[in-house]
Every structure is written in C-alpha cells, then in structure tokens.
Design a protein around this ligand. Sequence first.
Ligand SMILES: Cc1cc2nc3c(=O)[nH]c(=O)nc-3n(C[C@H](O)[C@H](O)[C@H](O)COP(=O)(O)OP(=O)(O)OC[C@H]3O[C@@H](n4cnc5c(N)ncnc54)[C@H](O)[C@@H]3O)c2cc1C
Length: 262
Amino acid sequence: MLAGDSSLIPIAGATDVLVHWPGNLEAKTRSYLDLSGLGELRSMQWADDTFTIGALTTYWDVICNEQCAQAFPLLINAARQVGSVQIQSRGTWAGNIINASPAADGVPVLMAYDATVVMQSCEGIEEIPLDEFYFGYKQMRRRTDQLVVAIRMPRRAHDVEIFEKVGARRAQAISKIGLAITHSQDGWRIVASAVAPTILRCKAIETLLEEGSPVRSPDDLMAAIAKDVSPIDDIRSSRLYRERVLARILYHDLKGIVPSFV
Ligand SMILES: Cc1cc2nc3c(=O)[nH]c(=O)nc-3n(C[C@H](O)[C@H](O)[C@H](O)COP(=O)(O)OP(=O)(O)OC[C@H]3O[C@@H](n4cnc5c(N)ncnc54)[C@H](O)[C@@H]3O)c2cc1C
C-alpha cells in the first residue's frame, strides 16, 4: 500500500499523529495506514550479540521487560519520562524516531546504544544507523514507501549509562535539554536533544573524553559544546540556558567517573 500511494501516513500509537488533528484541516483529509494489525511488529528479540525491538513495541512493553532493565537500563529510564502512563502504553519507539522531534526522549538513548533503523519496502530491507538517519529538521533517510519494521541494538557491556531530561516538571513535559551518555569498549557516546535541528552525537565532546583532556569546570566544556550544538531561543528555553545547562550536566555527571574531569 505504501508503494502504491506516497501520501499514505502510517499510524502506530497515533500519539504524535493525532495531536495535529484538532486545528489542521489538511491532516483530516489525508489517508492513514493503521499498523495495529501487524502483530509480528510488536516483539522483542534477544540474540547473542543484538537486541531487536519491533516497530510496534511501546515504551510500556520495554518498561515491563526485566531483561531490558538489566541490559539496556537507559531505555527504561527514558521510557518512564515520556509523557504519562497513557502515552507510554500507546507510543512506540519507531514513532518517536519517525516523528523526528529534536526534543524526543526515546531517540537519544537509542542513539547512545548505537541503534540501527531497519526499514522494509517492496524493494527489500534497508538498515541505517540512527546517528546517520537525520540530515536536517524533520528530514530523514526514509522513503515514503519504506516501513520501519525494527530497531536493533548491539549487546555490549557498558560501564557508564546516564540519561538526563531537563523539563519544566517531572511528567508531561517536553525536554528543554536531553542528554544520553554511554561508555563501552567501543568508546563514548554523548547524545544531546533539543539543542540542534536534530538529535545528534556530540563528536567534539566525545573526542575530548577519548583524548582525556583535563576538564576543571563546566566552562572548560563550552568550546566543544559550541562546536557540537546550535540551540535556539524558543518558548521552552533560551540558547544560553541550553548551552550552559548542558555543560553543567555533563561536568557533574562525569566528574568522579572520568579521571580527566577534576
Ligand atoms: C500528551 C503527550 C505527551 C508526550 N510526551 C512526550 C515525551 O515526554 N517525550 C517524547 O519523546 N515524546 C512525547 N510525546 C510524543 C509521542 O508520544 C512520541 O513521539 C511517541 O513515541 C510517538 O509514537 P507513536 O507510536 O504514537 O507514533 P505515531 O503518532 O503513530 O506516528 C508518529 C510518526 O511516525 C510515523 N510512523 C510510526 N510508525 C511508523 C513505522 N513503523 N514506519 C514508518 N513510519 C512510522 C507516523 O507516520 C508519524 O509520522 C508526547 C505526546 C503527547 C500527545
């Protein structure tokens, strides 16, 4: 159906799609493709070296999974901070990726775990690393005939796993800043949200950590942060607040863990 009609909009939990309905006449005239009958997409598969969640897996499915709490605790941490229980039980991780909000909470932790987006169309399967998936505000490497069918993460031992969400309150809040940090034998992953047109890895901060450059205060992180992010002033926060709070969270989270943070 997607191959035959490029205007069709897939619906999973509909928690993002339906928000646009009340005042948007155009949204009401579009055609939607309900995915809820595709039971095989609501799954979690554990292999020796990978963990794969189907595209209809909700936040609540993950919160309830004990193996996930052990192996991927940041997924639980982020899921618990998405909206409310009602949103957590309808909203999907795939919907969070495709909605492509720069302030999303699911995407940062998936990216910090090196997730890959698995898409399928009549032409076959395509897999794209999540940290290469976006190329601009709400712009992504998905064709309209492609359905996200799964999200896959490598199973690794991590010695650092941190997720921070800064919002106006503890529930039902859109992030002013989000931060996911992991460290494994494959290196540091520092992923920030709400500080650029897309959620992104902070490569300058990652390099600073890999090189062990001394960091004595949040100010010592500002030059690298300026290279990585480009926040805006909007109704939720200001550019200056976002940059400074990002530096402070990074510094205080990593001090005591990273020897170069003194
Ligand atoms: C009250 C409220 C609070 C919220 N709070 C938060 C929050 O705290 N943090 C946060 O990150 N988000 C929040 N959200 C946004 C939303 O709940 C999440 O982004 C959720 O993950 C979206 O998933 P969904 O399954 O509902 O997506 P849908 O609304 O069904 O779809 C979202 C987009 O993804 C596309 N899509 C869905 N599945 C597929 C697929 N398999 N293949 C291709 N395209 C697909 C749809 O076409 C659409 O473009 C909130 C929303 C509401 C209404």
